[in-house]
Design a protein. Structure first.
Length: 193
């Protein structure tokens, strides 16, 4: 096993020892809301939103974007599990702001090795063994962070599967301070009707 697997299993053993009555938590989130946010390791939604196990659904993907799958998860969250408010939370210094679809497609076409980045941009090892499949993916990059929060809230609001009475709020998490900063245009676009 790897060192990481060993560390995770040791941490899990400690968690199990302190698990207590968490096995009795109901499936629906107790505070009836969901957060769509980025997978960035610097973000801890439980801490920045004051969550405990069982409080809320947290849906994460690269950029916290309103992809088809994110909307699928939000719809399940309300339709089957009763959430009544949603938050779209992007963040400062997001990796999704550092490239575009063409860059990702080009990097993947050269190799499947991990790319590097410096002040001149993204670089690939050109080790071969790449693929052209990256040209067929919409990577949902972020050229303008506040604007993409608005776009994501608007996309969720426009879905015919989303009832008009669910408010959708838009925020940007500041990685330097931990503050959630509202994007008023997004929250306005997501207001309940």
């Amino acid at each position: 096993m790897s060192k990481i697997v060993d560390e995770i299993m040791a941490a899990n053993a400690d968690y199990v020892a302190e698990f207590g009555d968490k096995g009795d938590l109901p499936m629906p989130p107790g505070r009836h809301f969901a957060i769509l946010t980025c997978m960035d390791a610097r973000l801890d939604p439980a801490k920045y939103a004051g969550l405990a196990e069982g409080d809320a659904h947290v849906i994460r993907n690269a950029g916290g974007r309103a992809s088809d799958d994110a909307i699928r998860s939000l719809v399940i969250s309300y339709k089957l599990l009763g959430t009544r408010e949603w938050f779209v939370i992007h963040h400062t210094d997001c990796g999704m702001e550092t490239f575009d679809d063409e860059t990702m497609a080009d990097l993947l076409s050269r190799s499947l090795e991990t790319a590097t980045v410096d002040e001149q941009g993204w670089h690939d090892s050109d080790a071969g063994g790449g693929t052209t499949e990256g040209r067929y993916v919409k990577w949902l990059t972020i050229p303008d962070n506040p604007k993409s929060v608005v776009q994501d809230v608007e996309r969720i609001r426009a879905s015919p599967m989303v009832p008009p009475d669910i408010p959708i709020y838009g925020y940007i998490y500041d990685c330097k301070t931990g503050e959630l900063v509202e994007v008023p245009e997004a929250t306005a676009a997501g207001r309940a009707r």
